[in-house]
Design a protein around this ligand. Structure first.
Ligand code: SAH
Length: 370
């Protein structure tokens, strides 16, 4: 008996998965000229055209091929929340049903998009709520650039995204190839054309990937430091057990040699009684002596079941003054989007955890705070 044939979906190539180089190689494989890549990028990212039939500078046969085999897909916005300060958080669903979060932070003269790189996070930083969600998988290039694509469309021309920080859910340098492809795309003149100074990747300190990064991608680097001794950093940012402070600092020095970075931004979350003493500030000054650096102090943002507390305003001010007096440019990150859980470390999405990791929530931290 003849079985009934299911219609086959032949559309298997998401064109947002390619950066310009990848797209040029794709067209060359099809027997086309590499410049088709820039034509296609312009249609997709600058003209907002997704119907291949309307891409009039491509040949009819190429348009037919693209229509048959290719598609454009991004994560979909399933929830939008706008905070009282104008910060906007989107929960976006991926094709596999998990949810990630993306945040837009409007400021005078600029608009920053905080982009996720993974579904959940495999690192167990004890003060971060994303860590509690566990880990599902890396986001694809299209899912990373797709957040920018969707967000800019939603915001409209009057709210331009001028800056991107890879500071959403996940560790971007553990999703190296896709994160780099997406960042290279963001900076491409034929897409969003963001300047390399306005794209920042933040890492918890994946040392080998930091060396690789300096070779292939010219973005600004931020490092989540949070502690100045291995003992405390092992506890706050457990990847420190694998790549301790000395190795991390060597990698930072290496990165700082490369334009446009020259300086590395160090993020330092302010935890009451844990890492905010005068001694910690002195340790930080000593640690950063040989790295051209800026410091961004982040007031700790609480989340359910976290037993850390944010340092007092006075402690943050004292810490900042000590660093500034030692000649290190230090700023305190303004907390944005707190009332919609969109602030640093508050992004949770909806993650089908595959890591089966059961987190113990910062036992030592709470002791020290007491
Ligand atoms: N995994 C990368 C990207 C995340 S960036 C990294 O670790 O750098 C998010 C930034 O917010 C990091 O500096 C992170 O340490 C910080 N953060 C995490 N949880 C926080 C919280 N509860 N309050 C304030 N900052 C937090």
């Amino acid at each position: 008996m003849k079985s009934v044939q299911e219609p086959v979906n032949t559309k298997s190539i998401n064109l947002l998965d390619f950066d310009r180089k990848g797209l040029a190689a794709f067209f060359v494989d099809l027997g086309e000229k590499p410049f088709r890549a820039t034509q296609l990028l312009k249609w997709l990212y600058q003209e907002g055209v997704e119907d291949f039939d309307l891409m009039t500078n491509l040949s009819k046969s190429l348009r037919a091929y693209l229509t048959e085999h290719c598609y454009i897909a991004t994560p979909e916005i399933v929830l939008e929340k706008v905070a009282s300060d104008g910060t906007c958080k989107w929960v976006m669903q991926t094709h596999c049903g998990n949810r990630i979060e993306t945040v837009f932070i409007p400021e005078e003269g600029r608009g920053t998009l905080c982009v996720s790189s993974q579904i959940g996070c495999a690192l167990a930083c004890s003060f971060c709520s994303t860590a509690q969600q566990g880990f599902n998988r890396n986001l694809s290039t299209s899912e990373i650039i797709g957040q920018l694509f969707v967000a800019q469309k939603r915001l409209g021309a009057d709210n331009k995204i001028t800056n991107v920080v890879m500071m959403g859910m996940g560790e971007p340098l553990l999703n190296f190839d896709n994160a780099v492809a997406a960042m290279n795309l963001m900076m491409d003149d034929f897409t969003f054309g963001l300047s390399k100074r306005r794209v920042t990747v933040s890492t918890s300190g994946v040392v080998p990937a930091m060396y690789r990064l300096s070779q292939v991608c010219d973005v600004s680097l931020a490092v989540s430091l949070h502690a100045v001794t291995d003992e405390l950093r092992d506890e706050l940012v457990p990847i420190n057990k694998k790549y301790p402070l000395k190795e991390l600092m060597d990698a930072c020095r290496d990165n700082a040699k490369i334009a446009p970075r020259r300086t590395v931004t160090f993020e330092y979350v302010m935890l009451d009684g844990i890492n905010d003493s005068v001694q910690d500030a002195r340790g930080l000054i000593k640690l950063l002596k040989t790295v051209p650096s800026k410091i961004n102090l982040i007031p700790f943002n609480p989340f359910p079941n976290s037993s850390y507390r944010c340092s007092s305003k006075a402690a943050i001010e004292r810490f900042k003054t000590l660093l500034n007096d030692a000649g290190i440019v230090t700023t305190v990150r303004k907390t944005r989007g707190e009332d919609i859980d969109a602030a640093c470390g508050q992004l949770i999405g909806q993650v089908q955890d595959k890591s089966r990791r059961h987190l113990k929530l910062h036992p030592v931290g709470s002791e020290r705070a007491a």
